[in-house]
Design a protein around this ligand. Sequence first.
Ligand code: AMP
Ligand code: MN
Ligand code: MN
Ligand code: MN
Length: 286
Amino acid sequence: MYPASCRTDLHTHSRASDGRLSPAELVEQARAAGVELLALTDHDTTDGLDEARQAADAAGIALINGVEISVSWEGKTLHIVGLNIDPRCPKLCAGLAGLQALREDRARRIAAKLASLGVNQPMERAAELAQGGQITRTHFARLLVSDGLVADLKLAFRRHLAAGKPAYVATQWAALDEAIGWIHAAGGLAVLAHPLRYRLSGAWRQRMLTAFKAAGGDALEVSAGASQQAQDLALCTRDALNHGLLASVGSDFHGPEQRWLKLGRLAPLSSQLTPVWTRLDRSCAH
Ligand code: AMP
Ligand code: MN
Ligand code: MN
Ligand code: MN
């Protein structure tokens, strides 16, 4: 068990998916920021965890093995973070391998669409940017920025890569209960990530929370960073309490270029909530 008072950040990315830093660099920045308990949660891969583990041992900070799984639910994409997973669990590995194949196929389709919009060699260049990690829409967004087609990542999504835009490709990711099942099979806890980022109405958000809980979900990402609006923190706090979910905190850090976002700089959880990390067994940290 980790104490409730730990300075904690349980949602971060490295170059194994769409983060800017290597796993070791991420751990070093977390240490410098005073983080005591860190989870690396790359999109649909655990490939960064071995390097992060070595760096965390050397830096003397506690690392939780994590992953952020892409899920399709009611035609929407949700992200389920798995915490304290055994990355060698065969069921989890098989599930992630399936999602990685979907990512590869989707990347080729996105690239074909971008090529027809005049972008030069998008697949080759996205793969080069990803450096062997999972190819995400973020990589294509970075290409569009570096080609001068858009001024920033947000615009790349808004004009080209978001749902309904010209280079969007719909994908059937894992089912909600499948993803939670893989996480549980791997000994982990399942966290519904950034619940306010799915552009859902209040009624749909409640439906999502009910479905997540019914599928065996454990925790809700309540605190999303110091820049989170107080009313959003209050909303997520109420949701976690009403649905009987543990509470997690995560910056969703992707790299230093997100200057408004700092590792481990997260609003504290209400004392009414149970922090998810107090339910993670140190002996299970693989
Ligand atoms: P993917 O899982 O490949 O569809 O990529 C999703 C990732 O794209 C998210 O995890 C974010 O890092 C990034 N992303 C999604 N929407 C935006 C946005 N509007 N602005 C910047 N990054 C975004
Ligand atoms: Mn991302
Ligand atoms: Mn996410
Ligand atoms: Mn994330």
